[in-house]
Design a protein around this ligand. Structure first.
Ligand code: CTP
Length: 704
């Protein structure tokens, strides 16, 4: 069920290949997707409504004005509902309409209202396919981000053997599936739910009805930023001055203005609702004080225009930004560039300033490339090479995500390095020795300091982690017994780790275990050393094992498989410790908190399934909870269902135990405010998974 829960709108236009679309719909439905079909009138010459309605299980949409208990804005409703629009077959006619924004029937109107991925599969006679008009239309669509599939070669209905066939349904299915999977991955949309304002282009300041003052800005940089933001899932609010260009992707909120004052008016309206603003417009600093109503005549002699300052949009946003709002400005400097840009950043209270200089060939106005330096409010700077404006925009959006606190470790993992380098864990390490009655307890202080320095100072992975991105966790070692002569110590180690939740100050517990099998030898000032291929002390091995486990779980909770390398390293520690005499490592010691069993269940064949539970619970559930609790709870229920299925096949799975220990209280509070139906589903799943806590879960039903 590779497309489980996906919503697909299939647009069918009037080509002979339309007869194959029922088979395509069936493939989507079999893969778990819900399909709604929109047909042009001509398509119905080739395929019957009854067939399409039967295979899709949904009514057909062909006539915009025919309403049977349906909304008259069905095109908008479909556009909001769908994850993808596939137009197959796409005739030359529908492609031309799409390319030029003609909306005169259900399908072409739906396309204009559509703001998610669009795929077209052109199918027509070879000469029509190769006609410059069609070629140009396809180019335009592709440039705007539409996925254009190649027509297939073979016998055409017109008798030719040539290019122009619609690919077989299986092929269309695979292409759509690939696009959907790619765009649905959370790493592709870390800014989902964020509203970002972008200013772009120049402004025009009128002198009289026919003349104005402007500058050479093309708007390209701002449009690239709007595209990059949308690719990361942000809701873009674009305000632009006059420009011949436009973003590649359709923008839901786009105000086209002329003057700085008009741009400012839009800012005043939008800003309170924004999470961030990127101010890339080359706003005219001045406007003409007295704009003439009539065309000014030349007087022969000298003349002067009196200019008055325009409002500064960036400065306004910087002065009126709340804690959560991030502001990015641009600076074009020709001398003392860094110092001037930094002064501008401070003066306008921007979080990031993108510094351009005109010195480098290929940078600045009227080019497709740029060379910039990012200046951050912590005083650091990051210089770039000459690169395309698309790439500058990508990097800027990534940095903005960091500033907004939504792109953390996992994004760095996926997108590559960042400027800052630090270790992964922010761990409070405590050694508690209250149970020890006699002996020189100072040793525990040195042990605590040494272990804290070790956990937080060790570089556990190749990730580059900024200071705000470290994983919050704690390790508390409660010493049970100590032989002061030999240094042999027995202890319980409580390990807890947390993870931020989007849109919330709340942090979810990722791991909460008490390891009661910690036995090691330590004397004051013993070196605390560890490397992946040389384990010299059981103490460091235990601590390293949990460090890897924490990082692995954390990364897995953000992105598919991201934790695999770290969990593999934890597994490696376990393997290397098989020969050690200390308890807790051996496969034979079958208890649920045994380290071997904990990791074994991540690394063997069940790994994928457990990984999916973690990922589903956090990304598809908890992260939605604070924006859309209904979706959030639905995601969590799906995760619990998957965990239950896994547990039913492997009863007593330690992972289940670890998971429930970290999450049980959270689940109780999450579902206590839910609908009756959600509560019942949750309690049934939780009791099945964790019967020993049935009483606790009963609180969900009795909560008001
Ligand atoms: N900006 C703005 N509104 C203005 C003027 C500028 O939002 N009225 C923003 C621009 O979009 C850009 C930054 O402020 O992000 C540029 O600041 P500005 O002071 O105009 O710097 P420069 O254009 O580099 O020029 P100057 O140094 O002459 O001020």
């Amino acid at each position: 069920m590779s497309l489980q829960g996906k919503h697909i709108v299939l647009g069918v236009s009037g080509g002979i290949a339309a007869y194959k679309t029922p088979a395509l719909v069936r493939l989507f439905v079999q893969a778990g997707a819900e399909v709604r079909v929109v047909c042009t009138a001509h398509a119905l010459e080739f395929v019957t409504p009854l067939t399409l309605e039967t295979v899709s299980g949904n009514s057909l949409y062909t006539d915009m004005f025919h309403r049977v208990g349906e909304r008259s804005t069905r095109h908008v409703h479909y556009a909001d509902w769908a994850d993808v629009l596939l137009v197959a077959p796409a005739t030359a006619n529908i492609l031309a309409k799409m390319a030029h924004g003609i909306a005169d029937d259900a399908l072409s109107t739906l396309y204009l209202a559509f703001h998610k991925p669009v795929v077209v599969s052109p199918a027509m006679n070879v000469h029509m396919y190769e006609h410059p008009a069609t070629v140009e239309n396809l180019r335009l669509l592709a440039q705007r981000g539409v996925h254009v599939l190649d027509a297939a070669y073979g016998p055409l209905a017109c008798g030719y053997e040539a290019k122009g066939r619609m690919p077989e349904p299986e092929e269309l299915f695979r292409a759509t599936e690939a696009i959907l999977t790619r765009t649905a991955e959370p790493e592709a949309a870390p800014l989902r739910g964020k509203k970002v304002l972008v200013t772009a282009g120049p402004t025009q300041e009128p002198i009289d009805p026919v003349r104005y003052i402007t500058n050479r800005s093309s708007g390209r940089m701002g449009f690239c930023i709007a595209d990059a933001l949308q690719r990361q899932g942000a809701e873009v609010f674009l305000v632009s001055g006059p420009s011949a260009l436009q973003p590649e992707m359709a923008v839901a909120h786009w105000e086209k203005v002329r003057t700085a004052q008009e741009m400012y008016d839009v800012l005043l309206r939008w800003w309170p609702d924004m999470d961030a603003g990127v101010f890339s417009a080359a706003v005219a600093d001045y406007r003409v004080r007295d704009v003439s109503d009539v065309k000014m005549k030349k007087t022969g002699g000298q003349t002067a225009l009196e200019l008055v300052p325009n409002p500064d949009l960036l400065a306004y946003a910087g002065a009126h930004k709340s804690e959560r709002q991030c502001v990015v400005g641009f600076a074009l400097e020709t001398d003392h560039a860094l110092a001037n840009a930094e002064e501008k950043r401070r003066r306008k209270n921007a979080d990031i300033i993108v510094l351009n200089t005109l010195e480098d060939a290929g940078a600045g106005f009227e080019t497709t490339t740029n060379k910039v330096t990012f200046l951050y409010k912590d005083g650091t700077a990051e210089a770039g090479e000459l690169e395309s404006k698309v790439s500058v925009a990508e990097r800027l959006v990534q940095r903005l995500g960091r500033c907004m606190g939504v792109l953390t470790l996992w994004c760095l993992l996926l997108f590559g390095g960042a400027a800052l380098q630090a270790q992964e864990l922010n761990c409070t390490f405590q050694v508690v020795s209250t149970k020890i009655q006699s002996g020189d307890k100072k040793v525990f202080e040195t042990m605590q300091d040494a272990l804290a320095a070790f956990v937080n100072g060790q570089k556990w992975t190749n990730l580059q982690v900024g200071p705000g991105e470290k994983i919050p966790c704690s390790m508390t070692m409660e010493v049970q017994e100590r032989d002061f002569t030999t240094g042999v110590t027995k202890a319980y180690l409580t390990v807890q780790a947390r993870r931020p939740v989007y849109n919330a100050s709340y942090q979810t517990t990722l791991l909460n275990v008490v390891d009661k099998d910690v036995v090691f030898t330590y004397n004051a000032f013993d070196p605390i050393e560890f490397s992946d291929n040389n384990i010299s002390s059981n103490l460091t091995a235990v601590v390293a094992y949990y460090s890897y486990l924490i990082i692995g779980l954390y990364l897995d909770s953000f992105a598919p498989n991201a934790g695999e390398v770290c969990l593999g390293k934890a597994d490696n520690v376990v393997s290397m410790c098989q020969g050690m005499s200390e308890p807790g490592w051996k496969s034979g010691e079958r208890n649920n908190r045994n380290r071997y069993w904990m990791i074994e269940n991540y690394m063997n064949g069940n790994y994928g399934a457990i990984h999916n539970v973690l990922y589903q619970y956090h990304r598809k559930g908890l992260d939605l909870m604070y924006g859309n609790p209904t979706d959030g709870r639905a995601g969590v229920l799906q995760a619990l269902t998957a965990l239950k299925a896994l547990n039913d096949t492997r009863n007593g799975l330690p992972c289940k135990l670890l998971f429930m220990e970290a999450k049980s209280d959270e689940l109780v509070s999450m579902f206590s405010g839910a609908t009756q139906d959600e509560r019942q589903q949750a309690v049934a799943l939780l009791n099945g998974l964790d019967p020993s806590n049935a009483q606790k879960y009963q609180k969900i039903m009795s909560a008001r």
